[in-house]
Ligand binder design. Sequence first.
Ligand SMILES: [Zn+2]
Length: 559
Amino acid sequence: MLTSALVEQLIDKLLQKGALRESYAEELRLTSSLKEILESGAVEYRVFAETVAEISGIPFLPNPVPRKITRSIFDDDSETTLPLKIEEMFSLKAVPIEGGYGILYPLPQHEKLGEKLYVISYDEFLKVVKSYAKRSPLEVEDYLSRDKILEAVLLTLVQAAVENASDVHILTPSNVIRFRIDGTVFTYCSLMGKGNEVANAFFSLSGRTPKNPHAQPNSIRLSGDEILKDNHIKEVDAEVRELLPLLKQIDFRIEIVPHPPQALSTTARLLDRGKTFWKLDSLGLPSSTVDRLRRIVLRRGVLLVTGETGSGKTTTCYALLTEIDAVRHTLITIEDPIEFRNRFWKQLEYKETQEIELTFTKLLSSVLRQDPDVIFVGETRDAETAKLLFQASNTGHSVISTLHTNSAYDTIMRLRDLLASFSTEEEVKMKLVSFLKAILSQRLLRRVCPYCSKEEEIPHEIYSELERRTNGLLSKMGVTTHLVGKGCKECRGTGYLGRVLVSEFVEITPEIAEKLLEGISKNRFESLMLEQGNDTILVNAVKKAAAFETNFFEIAEKL
Ligand SMILES: [Zn+2]
């Protein structure tokens, strides 16, 4: 089958299933590659893979891919299978395996269609590759002890990616390397006293000369692609080099901080630009919130998604943006950095460190002149940004942004303070009432590990404390137990695996607006929310613990 015919068929099938917008299909028909469709951001990956399987007559392997099959692929010792380098798997080739099995990513090369293959989704593909690339922390220590610092650094980054860590802390004073996974920090391995050497390796990878590293913090940005292109990489041990394509999709933000007199510690934040398609109704928001968000997303005004760092705000914003038909409506984003690409959005990257004279304010002003219907600003970082967002909504735009606050009420107070630097108190109130559409405030709690949890009574102190704080919600719901994880290999002994979104949503209705103008207390505001049928974040979390998604220990600790 010719690829273009495959593209046509795929688009028709996706339209039939309602998995692709008609307006996007028109543009995608002009492409001749399945990869472009996959990377357009217009189709959910799993649906894409299933549909490719259907039209090519190749069976689709559901998640998770059975171990029997992954073993047959990755067993290097066996003569009957094809040992593969990760690099080859990323080269978009179908992979024929002796015995009729194979993994296909992400699409069939037509010459392989005669062989018996499987289609798997991209997420599942990455999971399989990652499980193959997992190494013992002892290997990192071994490289450090042999002064093979670059190997140690690269292997650490790969392992952080494999473990889905969000941060790597390389701490000289405590002589350890730690990973943050699902919000919790774990000690990964010993630093073998090589903190300064590691920091210098990051400088040399980035090609930067450190500015006074023992006196001031240094920030470095590195992308996986840059690392792969670096000349030093050619000399790295083949065992480590083979794993580096796993870094391709990842951006690193690296901070190197001094510990006087002579030590350096390094923190690397991992930003996976990868490969997830977000759907608003699969984030874990209440369905009433999803319905209301859909209704207001295009309406003029400011919609804020708020929460602490790492609470999934950007993911929620992307899910909101994918709700919009970006062919019929102009959608412009200003981000730092761009975490997810969608070919139908106009995405601008703002780098604080860039030396050309393009300030954030200028960028946003020029965006406004292009008269978009929807503007997404990655983060409301200061008063100037807040002012511009409200100006934009004043001229009829729908504006979406994020703010670092913990509740809807705190968001309003923070906005009031930000706007107060430019306006009188009366003007601030009018702006909030007229142009603030809604606030979605969210947090991530840990999900109870499904492998080692069992049902237990909620401890008395926690029960009565939450009863008090929720006006007797637990007794009303008849909840007396929750799930508790005992700790196992899957959850690294923590009893938790993955995370659950808890949220509160407030639409600024005339009634709420009126109360805002009066100057309402936090307690009154939250009672008003509940009266109007909006759960507070605490109530939402209690409901999720009662449904065994998270537990009451986690609520007592985090909320
Ligand atoms: Zn467990």
